[in-house]
Design a binder for this molecule. Structure first.
Ligand code: HEC
Length: 457
């Protein structure tokens, strides 16, 4: 840097052309980070004001630059160089934004002109329901997590819905309600410093009508009396279900979870979950039926000790025309990545590849105009990459071989994504809509829609 530039930099805190906090960085943080990184949010520190952010500049550069794998911020792991790229509520950063953050951190992390600062983002009161007043709120039993309690994974008592008639669910939101003062600071930089329910994988089920067996745990997520709901995780947004394919909450069903993960937040905490459902009207009938099939292997997983990059495979053949509305890899600690492929005729298309971090289990909802539309007979193939080596921080001791099972110390390999079945009529309509909307010609190839350009009007 020349002397003149150094003087300018001292005067204005930035060299002309270098990114500044107020102009370049604050808008990114508002959009993609402050959902969690704000006072009372689930993340360990707020990233709102310059004073908040400045000490973290290097760490922010590092965490945003990791690529689609464990540790990246925001926690979103879709690989951008392969497969479908259009998702709902995608908070990820563009390459330009990641580069701007790196340049900002490397050039002194200047504040910039205060007049460039965007107005602060407003957040709804954390105790308010983002889905509106729920029609039904179910509460789990209160539990006490002691300040020094070890992590706990396990099953909670089922919670009867009390429903006497079937209802379809338009939206779902889960809150943890506990006795921690949201304004206090316990100085713990762990996931959800205020919360103790790290995650809950759950379903509603008419008890007694249980279909799965230890040999076939996948049946638990495919049986008719069972509805699988999006996983609860600290910081997760509410779910609004496609109004054409709302999910069924069966009369007489109960909330069942055999995978709750409790994590102490450093003080004795009394806590319970509240599950809020917003219903469709009583006479609602879904246009699309949920496609019921399993895609995964819960039986003979074989993960060797001290090895990264081990592949697992599972397949299914679609018995109906199917629209895949979301992709949700469900692996356990050794999970590092999962890809979803569609094989149709002599074509193989990779629909999505995403990284996986067992600390941040999450699903990805396809944008409606890009959700895969696959004809009956398509083979779906999932490819899992397991890392059972010391480079995977989620594995407590990689010297252990790992096999199948429900507990967090054992393994699963499932795509828990949502799909709907389409009649031939609906399938053709959906493809026609897409051709119009995306202006597809017969020379276009749209990933995930092998017949979109073949069937012309
Ligand atoms: C969904 C919630 C969520 C979002 C969105 C999010 N974070 Fe985080 N962040 C967390 C949590 C929880 C942790 C602590 C656990 C961890 O390190 O993974 C964390 C940790 C971090 C850390 C490391 C802190 C430390 O103690 O070393 C940095 C830096 C960070 N986030 C930056 C960001 C930035 C920058 C963004 C946006 C581009 C972002 N985060 C988006 C929840 C979030």
């Amino acid at each position: 840097m020349t002397l003149l530039y150094s003087i300018l930099a001292l005067l204005f805190g930035a060299v002309a052309g270098d990114p500044t906090f107020t102009k370049d960085i604050a808008p990114i943080l508002q959009r993609s980070c402050q959902n969690c990184h704000r006072a009372g949010g689930v993340a360990p520190m707020p990233l709102v004001t310059y004073e908040d952010v400045r000490p973290w500049a290097r760490s922010i550069k590092q965490r945003t630059g990791l690529g689609p794998r464990a540790g990246v911020m925001p926690p979103w792991y879709v690989e951008k160089n392969i497969g479908i790229q259009q998702f709902q509520n995608d908070p990820s950063l563009s390459d330009d934004e990641i580069a701007a953050i790196a340049k900002w951190a490397d050039s002194g992390a200047a504040r910039g002109n205060p007049a460039d600062m965007p107005p602060p983002r407003q957040f709804a009161d954390a105790s308010a329901w983002a889905i509106g007043t729920p029609d039904l709120i179910l509460k789990s039993n209160e539990i006490l997590v002691k300040a020094n309690a070890p992590d706990w994974w396990g099953e909670i008592p089922s919670i009867p819905t009390g429903l006497t008639e079937d209802r379809y669910v338009a939206a779902l939101e889960i809150k943890e309600v506990n006795d921690v003062d949201p304004r206090s600071d316990n100085g713990r930089a762990t996931v959800g410093g205020r919360f103790v329910f790290h995650h809950m994988i759950w379903r509603t089920q008419v008890l007694g009508a249980r279909t799965e067996t230890p040999e076939n745990p996948v049946a638990a997520v495919t049986g008719d009396d069972t509805t699988n709901w999006p996983v609860h995780e600290v910081g997760r947004d509410p779910d609004f279900f496609d109004p054409r394919a709302a999910r069924l909450l069966k009369a007489g069903s109960s909330v069942v979870s055999d995978s709750v993960h409790l994590h102490s937040n450093g003080r004795d905490t009394r806590s319970h979950l509240e599950i809020g459902f917003k219903f469709q009207p009583k006479d609602y009938v879904p246009l699309f039926k949920r496609a019921v099939f399993g895609l995964g292997n819960g039986v003979d997983i074989d993960i060797k000790a001290m090895e990264s990059d081990q592949q697992l495979h599972a397949y299914t053949v679609l018995q109906q025309n199917t629209k895949i509305t979301s992709f949700e890899p469900h692996l356990h600690a050794p999970g590092a990545r999962m890809c979803l492929e569609a094989i149709w005729g002599y074509n193989i298309q990779t629909l999505s590849c995403v990284g996986y971090d067992h600390n941040w289990v999450r699903g990805y909802d396809y944008d409606d105009d890009y959700a895969p539309l696959l004809p009956k007979g398509t083979i779906l193939h999932i490819v899992g990459t397991m890392n059972n080596s010391p480079t995977n921080k989620n594995v407590p001791d990689p010297r252990n071989w790992q096999g199948s099972g429900n507990r967090s110390v054992a393994n699963m390999f499932i795509d828990l994504g949502n799909r709907v079945a389409l009649t031939d009529e609906q399938f053709k309509e959906e493809m026609a809509k897409r051709r119009d909307k995306l202006h597809l010609t017969k020379n276009d190839v749209l990933i995930g829609c092998p017949l979109c350009s073949v069937v012309q009007k």
